[in-house]
Design a protein around this ligand. Sequence first.
Ligand SMILES: C[S@@+](CC[C@H](N)C(=O)[O-])C[C@H]1O[C@@H](n2cnc3c(N)ncnc32)[C@H](O)[C@@H]1O
Length: 336
Amino acid sequence: GKKKSLEIQPELIQNIAWGHVRTQVLATAVELDLFSAVHNGNGAVEKIARNLNLPLRSTRMILDALVGMGLVGKTRGLYKLEPEARTFLLRGEPGYLGAFLQFDEFSRHGWSALTHTVQSGKPLSEFVLPDYRKKFFQELVKRIFPLSYASSIALCKKLGIGKKLKNQKILDVGCGSAAWSIAFALADPQAQVTAVDFPEVLEITQNFVQRFRLQKQFELRGGDFHTLPFPAESYDAVILGHICHGEGEAATRKLLKKSYDALKPGGKLLIAEFIANDLRSGPELPMLFALNMLLFTEHGDVFTTKEMRRWLSFVGFKKIASMAVQYPVTVIAATK
Ligand SMILES: C[S@@+](CC[C@H](N)C(=O)[O-])C[C@H]1O[C@@H](n2cnc3c(N)ncnc32)[C@H](O)[C@@H]1O
């Protein structure tokens, strides 16, 4: 039968409406390093509050909110981290995502313009000024390092980098922090990487490369990847890590062709993206991310595997495979 109006609850809408509160609770817990305090203590709220020098009442309240959100568990009054929090929210752990979670001015400002942007169909003009973009990327690439790096470690394992595939020549296009190629260079000490980005961003790249002591394996090349020529048939792998969504269809297809020409026969193009399903009805994150592209770029969007496959076959790629790495990233690997 038909649902009576009392049986239809506004739960979905209420949950969405409180989404920004969830973001802030997580950001505050990260800022106060509450997760380490829960992990290191015996789980008693008194001890957690004392260790952090916080009032008991507010500590109990934020811990209970984290329990409600599913990040912390509570049994017989004692708090304990759930596995996701233990893996990704403990400061100093390799998987730590805390730095990425700090809600920055760039995104606050951008999202507050959403109504205007949906009405105009165009990003605010300030967001597409070259100087703004370079500053934005300098900040962004530091924050997304742990995301791309974790995905790249998983990708290298799947591809057999340093085992089946050694001595690789790699081109990392729009390298940012070089998170993708750093994992390749560590897995394959014979690998040689050419990393391309704007000169301003390469200052950040250089810090990361030095941090991992990989200077000998890296050559940094400053410039605009639209106009910078790539040498023909020179690379075993070309990496496009979170590049295509910012470019849109036309520029992406040009980059795919340019990457194809730069690859040796048998070489692989590796594209990391938030991929939408073929109907563009989900998953939720790629659908939200498309709006992020509407806000900050002129032509950006998310794409489906089907679209990517069509464009890749069109420029001549043969074997095309897609693999899930760290959520929510998919890597599409296409062989020349
Ligand atoms: C979303 S970030 C991705 C960084 C890195 N590949 C990753 O996955 O972590 C995009 C990168 O592409 C660079 N970029 C964007 N447009 C570019 C262009 N036209 N020429 C060179 N680099 C560009 C940005 O500076 C930024 O570092």
